[in-house]
Design a protein around this ligand. Sequence first.
Ligand code: HEM
Ligand code: HEM
Length: 186
Amino acid sequence: MRSTIARTDRYARGSIVFHWLIAAAIIVNLWLGIAHDSLPKGWAVMPLHKSIGITVLVLTIARLAWRLGHRPPPLDRTMPAWERAAANASHWALYALSILVPLSGWAMVSGSTVRRPLDWFGLFPIPYLPVSPAVGGAAHEGHEILGYAMLALVVLHVVAALRHHLILRDSTLVRMLPILRVPTPR
Ligand code: HEM
Ligand code: HEM
């Protein structure tokens, strides 16, 4: 039976908002990045991809700053040690990739010899990073490799979340969901 969940065992409201905003932006951007060649030309796919990517970078820095003051609830004490280690390692890898993937994209376009306009949803310009074409070329490689590594880790993360919810039937997914009212035990 799924037990009720105490308010102290849930993620803070702000952590939940950051999680789902960033998750949605990353999923859309993985799709735009991978499928960009086959998407309609009129969609301005790459300007959109770059603007969403820079947004992920800024939101992730803000999320990490927020996390300093809002520690996540402790992992379930019944979880085996290997699983806690795997959960912690994969969460830190997701944080690292949420910084490195957009940063490598930004460095790639900054170091490119063909400079296309770079702006945030057409509202204001984004400065280029001071990188050489050689660094830009390496960043291009990095963006591709890290982008696919991120896709793999996100799939693993979602499978793990669903395993907790549907098979182990614990509170792992629920405590990250934006449920406004926490049920009180009868
Ligand atoms: C969450 C952030 C981001 C994710 C998950 C992401 C992911 C990806 C992926 C998976 C690809 C396809 C790689 C390939 O098949 O070659 C790609 C391509 C690309 N990305 Fe990103 N990206 C992000 C942010 C950015 C940013 C911030 C920029 C630039 C400011 C950028 C610029 C590009 C460009 C120009 C390409 C096309 C490269 C090519 O066709 O050779 N990306 N991205
Ligand atoms: C797509 C990009 C995603 C990223 C970058 C991401 C990142 C993260 C990170 C870094 C944490 C750890 C939070 C912390 O302890 O500070 C986390 C927790 C969590 N994520 Fe995601 N996530 C993503 C998508 C998803 C999706 C689609 C689901 C749902 C199926 C999900 C379910 C969860 C759950 C349930 C937790 C809480 C785990 C726990 O309490 O130990 N995530 N996520």
